[in-house]
Ligand binder design. Structure first.
Ligand code: GLN
Length: 472
């Protein structure tokens, strides 16, 4: 794998050995050469000009100067289309920049373009995009994970330094694990969702992909913090995680990690189990203390997530009615809206809308939606109690390895594969997937660390220390 490293590149530029213009020129060539990955849906025409500007300010460089970044195609950037991987928005041009896009620009980064994704961020494999599946960067014919498939692939294939995705139930961490890179979902409210197309608003967070921790921390610091356009953003100041990880190394001997009891790890692929055990052994040798802790109702994680996510999605997606945005199907003059929604949405999106309206319908609301809200409370409280005893929680990111395209045909099977990622969205806590080795076949495996609400900087510092010894 030839992942780009911003820290290395920016030093080379500073020393006069490389220019950002050259980096962009190479990136555009690589994107063309690796077109079969189907990662990029749109390239930003102004990227070269912005690279020239970045070259002119190397001696007074902002935090992300010249860093090349890809955007998941559900994040709004003026001058570029935003499809959400759907026919519904195939020709849609957004009219404003998402807050994250503004902040990326302010900090000097170069937005390279928009990348592929599962339709409306619903999926775990990159297979539900209207624009075709995204291929795995190392194993053609395998899925790269999803729904932020293009973001993970663009970074893992060395096409850009970092990428943004969105994570509602694992869509940043799971593709990062499948592609062998870092993927971070911050605490709910840490990054503005203004300009992110809503899937399930109480679970959605924008997250960051990178091949290395320092660049990931830079991007997070640049885009985190309060936004007057998103009332759910926290008012605590933007993070300073880059300087924390560079200047204050975590002493692993002072760290306690919680791990799940054996009974909750059934169903792990033997190769993932091996990597998980190896991670624990390496960390024990480095002095990390471990405690066993279970999160209440682990059997309820998936049902809770799929009830809440589909309920919110059915309401959020009601706006796509053929009048206000994108695709319009006028073939049935008596019901333009049904025709538009029937032909504009793919099967997975329709399945979610139907599930969501079902769990919210008057006869079933108490039995499903209200119960899921109660389970949500119990899960969040369970995490609070765990983090009163441990600095972070360690678990695999996924129970299985990247699989072959078309292999998981049953939607329930696909939903169950989100087992380890959904609980942190339900509780709103920060969590990150880091590379933790490969299967015997060479498929990447990721491990996940989670920390308490708003302890994002601590989580990144611990991950930097932990992954530094696990992945070497
Ligand atoms: N795989 C999960 C789903 O399909 C998560 C999606 C996401 O995080 N956007 O709902």
């Amino acid at each position: 794998m030839n992942v780009l490293n911003y820290e290395r590149d920016s030093i080379a530029v500073h020393n006069g050995e490389l220019t950002y213009t050259e980096i962009i020129t190479n990136a555009l060539r690589h994107i063309e050469e690796k077109k079969s990955l189907n990662a990029f849906l749109h390239l930003h025409e102004e990227a070269i000009d912005i690279a020239k500007e970045a070259d002119e300010r190397v001696n007074n460089a902002p935090l992300l100067n010249g860093m090349t970044i890809a955007l998941k195609d559900n994040i709004s950037a003026m001058g570029m289309p935003m499809t959400c991987g759907s026919k519904m928005l195939e020709h849609f041009q957004p009219m404003y920049d998402a807050t994250v896009v503004n902040r990326l620009k302010e900090h000097g980064s170069i937005i390279l373009g928009k990348v592929n994704m599962d339709e409306f961020a619903m999926g775990s494999s990159g297979e539900t995009s209207y624009f075709g599946p995204t291929d795995h960067p190392m194993f053609s014919g395998y899925v790269p994970g999803g729904s932020s498939s293009g973001s993970a692939v663009a970074v893992a294939a060395g096409l850009c330094h970092a990428a943004l995705g969105s994570d509602t139930g694992g869509s940043v961490r799971q593709p990062a694990a499948f592609c062998g890179i870092y993927g971070f979902k911050p605490s709910y409210g840490r990054i503005s969702r203004f300009g992110l197309t809503a899937f399930a608003s109480s679970l959605d967070q924008i997250g960051v992909f990178s091949g290395d921790m320092p660049s990931l921390a830079r991007v997070f610091d640049a885009i985190s913090g309060h936004d007057e356009h998103d009332s759910t953003t926290s008012t605590i100041p933007p993070t300073q995680s880059y300087s924390a990880i560079m200047n204050h190394a975590v002493d692993l001997q002072n760290i306690t990690l919680a791990i799940l009891p054996e009974s909750e790890l059934t169903g792990l692929d033997p190769e993932v189990r091996k990597a998980y055990n190896h991670t624990i052994d390496v960390l024990k040798n480095a002095g990390v203390k471990f405690i066993h802790a279970s999160i209440p109702g682990s059997k309820a994680w998936i049902p809770t997530y799929y009830i809440l996510a589909t309920a919110e999605a059915s309401s959020n997606l009601a706006r796509f009615d053929g009048v206000r945005f994108g695709w319009r199907d006028s073939s049935d003059a008596s019901d333009m809206t049904s025709a538009t929604r029937s032909t504009g949405f793919g099967n997975e999106v329709k399945r979610r809308i139907m599930l969501g309206t079902y769990v919210l319908s008057s006869g079933y609301y108490e039995a499903y939606y209200v119960k899921a809200q109660k389970a949500r409370r119990a899960i969040s409280e369970g995490y609070v109690s765990i983090f009163s005893q441990a600095d972070a929680m360690l678990m695999p990111t996924t129970a299985g390895l990247p699989f072959k395209r078309g292999e998981k045909k049953n939607p329930i099977e696909m939903y169950l594969s989100d087992y380890f990622t959904v609980s942190s969205n339900i509780a709103g806590i920060p969590s990150i997937s880091f590379p933790a080795g490969y299967s015997t076949q060479g498929l990447p495996i990721g491990m996940q660390l989670q920390a308490s609400l708003m302890n994002d900087e601590k989580l990144l510092s611990i991950t930097h220390a932990v992954s530094g010894i696990v992945s070497t």
